[in-house]
Design a protein around this ligand. Structure first.
Ligand SMILES: C[S@@+](CC[C@H](N)C(=O)[O-])C[C@H]1O[C@@H](n2cnc3c(N)ncnc32)[C@H](O)[C@@H]1O
Length: 213
């Protein structure tokens, strides 16, 4: 996966994304929002906000910032901001999740819904989530990870060469990502159809990581 193939894949998908990936992924988005510890006035960043399907789910007293590399996907998100009167959505802008322009500790919570297997460098995107989130804030991720079921796992491996076309990696292992990034997972929940996707709620343990390194 590279940024150009991601942009091309989502330019093709923008008009039909909500039809194909709206309802089927919605329980996962709802699980993310249900597990957020938010206070009025908190700042939340959604990386890879896409067409903005999560935006109407967030509490209206929380300030939402959305970024994505795909302008066609963001255009759909901007339409939702208007049609749902989402005054709490403060920005929807083109930005790479791996190298954002936000200062350190800008957000109380950072969300990545169905994004970490899409970005070219998942560990770099998670490091960036950690950098821009306040110490002891939250990183909330929902994603499909490589299945431990031998049949499904083999199928996902077979699909791996199609990653660029389908716009995500079907074979990334959760345990590899956690090992590589030192994510401090405090809650893990199976979501969506057959529990085939996973929600991870992680504490932004910056100080623990800094003393370890
Ligand atoms: C599967 S969609 C998920 C969209 C949305 N979060 C949802 O719940 O439906 C993945 C999104 O991540 C975006 N994306 C991929 N790589 C990115 C990157 N490096 N930086 C920001 N956004 C990225 C894609 O453009 C796409 O909109």
């Amino acid at each position: 996966m590279d940024l150009t193939s991601v942009e091309k894949a989502y330019e093709r998908l923008a008009n039909t994304y909500d039809t194909f990936f709206g309802a089927i992924f919605h329980p996962g988005r709802k699980a993310v929002v249900a597990n957020l510890d938010l206070n009025p006035g908190d700042q939340l960043l959604e990386m890879g906000v896409g067409t903005g399907l999560s935006l109407p789910l967030y509490p209206r007293d929380v300030q939402i910032h959305g970024i994505d590399v795909s302008e066609p996907m963001l255009e759909k998100a901007r339409e939702k901001k208007v049609s749902h009167h989402l005054d709490n959505v403060k920005e929807l802008q083109v930005m790479d999740a791996e190298t954002t322009s936000y200062p350190d500790d800008s957000f109380d919570v950072t969300v990545a819904a169905y994004v970490v297997t899409v970005v070219p460098n998942p560990a770099k995107a998670i490091d960036e989530m950690r950098r821009v989130t306040k110490p002891d804030g939250w990183l909330v991720i929902v994603n499909h990870f490589h299945s431990e079921n031998p049949v499904l796992g083999a199928l996902e491996k077979a699909l791996a060469p199609l990653s660029k076309t389908v716009g995500f990696r079907p074979h990334m292992r959760e345990r590899d990502l956690i090992a590589e990034t030192d994510l401090d997972v405090v809650e893990r929940r199976r979501v969506n159809l057959f529990g085939y996707w996973t929600m991870l709620k992680c504490r932004n343990n910056k100080e623990a990581l800094a003393s370890k390194n």
